[in-house]
Design a protein around this ligand. Structure first.
Ligand code: SF4
Ligand code: SF4
Length: 69
């Protein structure tokens, strides 16, 4: 099993990932990171770890990790 990890401090709130996620799993709640941007969060129930957000994010916010069992 894999899990999507979000390095929220790198997010610049450009929304490319939200526009490209086929599952509608990404959203911006409104909480602000250290750089002053409202950062992206993921709904793990919807995410299939397809990797599209990982590929489109210009700021390397996403990482796909093996989930511990
Ligand atoms: S890995 Fe795929 S399903 Fe999960 S948030 Fe990213 S684009 Fe959406
Ligand atoms: S594509 Fe990357 S920088 Fe842009 S909103 Fe998504 S996580 Fe943030």
């Amino acid at each position: 099993m894999e899990k999507l990890i979000i390095h929220k401090e790198s997010c610049k709130s450009c929304r490319y990932c939200i526009e490209n996620c086929p599952k509608g799993a990404l959203y911006i709640k409104g909480d602000i990171n250290e750089k002053g941007y409202p950062y992206v969060s993921v709904d793990h129930e919807k995410c299939t770890t397809c990797g599209i957000c990982y590929n489109v994010c210009p700021d390397y916010v996403f990482e796909i990790q093996e989930r511990e069992v």
